[in-house]
Design a protein around this ligand. Sequence first.
Ligand code: 3PG
Ligand code: MG
Length: 397
Amino acid sequence: MIDKINFFPENLDVHNQKIILRLDLNVPLKDKAIQDDTRIALCLPFIKKLIEKKAKIIIISHLGRPKGTKVPELSLMPIYKYLKKSLSTSVFFFMGNLDEDVQNKFSHLKEGEIILLENIRFFKEESVNDENFAKKLGSLGDIYINDAFSCSHRKQASIHTITKYVKKSFAGPLLKKEVQAINLVVQNKKEPVTCIIGGSKISTKINVIISLIEKVNNLIIVGAMANNFLIYKNLKIGKSLIEKNTEETIKKIYEKANKNKCKIFVPEDCMVGSSFDSSGISKDLNTIEDNDIILDIGPKTIKSIKHTINQSNTVLWNGPAGYFENENFMSGTMSIAETISKNTVEKSLISILGGGDTLAAINKSKNKLSFTHLSTAGGAFLEYLEGKDLPGLSVLK
Ligand code: 3PG
Ligand code: MG
């Protein structure tokens, strides 16, 4: 459990030591502009601490899912520029190959300076947790620190196997804060517990849903994920996002929910558009046409979700309810956020939310919102809640 994780000791002397720092700088970008900087901003205090301690800092992160190829749109260049502007030290960007010569290429790094590596997922070896690649990464430094809780559910080279090839591995302060906060919520959770799951990473979340059924009273499915449930109920969804062959899984979800007396909510109505940047029309589920794309939940669904949140004592939420990037489809997500916040402030609801997209959506709100804990993590947060031993944490014990 958490008390076994080796956290970075605050007083550790790292003067002149080469530190490999794995961060999650995976932020939403549009035309190379950062849309939401929460994840980077949260990393800055610890980076500054390491600069102060005069360590030599090598930062590794991924961005998106380039699947082992160099996708220009997924370059960390905009994040590099952000770091350069936010930190008062020399920051270098390394876009080269990680070949045998790489250590020489890094030898210019002085105390308190930083090298940011280009998107680690440009290398296909990262995602398959390649032993040799992890060894090369490990050879870059003396100490490895994982401060990317949100990536710790990935069994990948810079998260998992790298720890075999460094002298010491630690969890960073941000990871510590995240894990402690989630533990606190899990230990103090009061029924009824409602879990809201949205977003579009469907296949990655379905297993989590199945195991969460045992732990929660209400499960609310929103976002593109809900489309699978609508199809299952023989409803038409037009051109909406859908994943094939999920029938068996959904059947299993309903069976398990029945057995565990967990109530499942799926949308009752929706907002559709003809494209992702169109305007929205509110529709009942039996009136969806062939060219419609479901891009948000509708007013009836919002009303019933609000009701469920008001009745709950604990709410866990991951993944937006719609395509919030377009203002016409953000009201589902905003209503959920505002209702959870209101209940957290006025009725001491225990609330915990997570995920890159969820954070980005919440930051679009004009009102100040309050939650018990806001996690940078989406998938990792859900798998941790599930009680899994995350591959990135088990190696830090
Ligand atoms: C996230 O956005 O959840 C993390 O950065 C991990 O990204 P991944 O799901 O692509 O591994
Ligand atoms: Mg994400």
